[in-house]
Design a protein around this ligand. Structure first.
Ligand code: FAD
Length: 299
């Protein structure tokens, strides 16, 4: 990937990246499952009896029915009423959800670049603007913004800059949604119910999948409360560090982000090892050596 500062300083991180076809991905796991799966049901309500969630009321092809279960896993993404029905507050800082507008775009050879590109700074306050080659004439382009309302103006400006830099491209399909990357998971477990994935601010597909595994293990051991404890022990520090870094980025002026990028332009990101704190510490020490005045400005 390439991280690009507002002034155009590029930091290259030579890690492999992948684009996931979400529909095929979902079907892949659905086909692998040997469980009794009913697909494309609309869950209308939770069945709650004496304060405990006992199942769900679903609608399929206009027919309503009850499905009873010892544990209900709410992996319903953002914007669902279901966690509220379970009296859970799975997201700690809902006002910090990044609102995203992303499009598949088409233009001559625009999908042939080698790097995913992430633009930071006032181009997308609070998170990032992206350009990801998809091969051939296709790419995806998006903006993710926090605490500035609707992303559409940022998206239009981002597209304008991309067209200037990479040539004409037309929008094929637009997606809008929320990414709770800095919104922090909170209360994920209730009586007979857990929240998992985007619905619990466990943003990122890999993180949502890991949360799913921890849920399954906790159910197998007959104690749902293990899910919250194990998830926090394994990942909470990473999320806290991520939120701190994104909040710092949001408060930085474009010129400070440029200074930050300049100080890191000779840093070998592939040499980073160890836990996220150790990595952050090494980056911090490098900037301290290169531009101590910047560190003083930022802390
Ligand atoms: C524009 C955008 C780009 C992103 N890019 C990346 C990326 O590059 N890499 C990455 O790792 N993450 C990315 N994310 C985050 C990633 O999409 C989420 O972390 C992930 O999709 C969460 O998966 P999930 O299954 O928990 O929720 P979702 O993907 O939101 O899926 C929830 C599903 O539940 C269904 N549902 C909701 N309510 C009901 C109901 N009542 N009854 C039945 N079904 C219901 C929904 O229809 C949906 O299919 C991006 C997010 C956005 C918005």
């Amino acid at each position: 990937m390439r991280i690009i500062s507002p002034g155009g300083i590029e930091l290259e991180i030579n890690e492999k990246g992948y684009v996931v076809d979400r529909e095929k991905f979902d079907w892949f796991y659905l086909n692998k499952s040997d469980a009794d799966v009913e697909w494309e049901c609309d869950v209308k309500h939770l069945l709650i009896e004496e304060g405990r969630v006992r199942g769900v009321e679903v609608d399929k092809d206009g027919n309503s029915k009850e499905v009873r279960a010892d544990t209900v896993v709410l992996a319903c993404g953002l914007n669902s009423h279901l966690p509220d029905e379970a009296s859970l507050s799975p997201i700690r800082y809902p006002s910090d959800i990044a609102w995203a507008m992303e499009a598949v775009v088409e233009g001559e050879n625009i999908g042939e670049g080698e790097y995913f590109e992430y633009f930071v700074g006032s181009v997308a306050p609070g998170w990032k603007a992206t350009f990801s080659p998809l091969g051939g004439d296709f790419a995806s382009a998006g903006v993710y913004v926090r605490r500035v309302g609707n992303p559409s103006d940022f998206f239009s400006r981002h597209m304008e800059r991309l067209r200037k830099a990479k040539g004409n491209m037309k929008i094929v399909e637009v997606f809008e949604g929320g990414d709770p990357i800095a919104a922090m998971p909170w209360k994920l477990v209730g009586d007979g119910v857990v929240v998992c994935g985007g619905a619990g601010a466990q943003s990122g597909i890999m993180y949502g999948m890991r949360a799913g595994v921890i849920v399954a293990e906790s159910i197998a051991q007959g104690d749902l409360s293990l899910y919250q404890k194990r998830w926090e022990r394994e990942l909470m520090r990473e999320y806290k560090l991520g939120r701190k870094a994104l909040n710092m980025l949001m408060e930085m002026e474009d010129e400070d982000i440029d200074r930050f990028a300049r100080a890191l332009s000779d840093f070998d990101f592939s040499s980073l090892r160890g836990n996220p704190y150790l990595k952050a510490f090494r980056v911090f020490m490098h900037i301290l050596k290169k531009d101590p005045a910047l560190i003083l400005r930022l802390i």
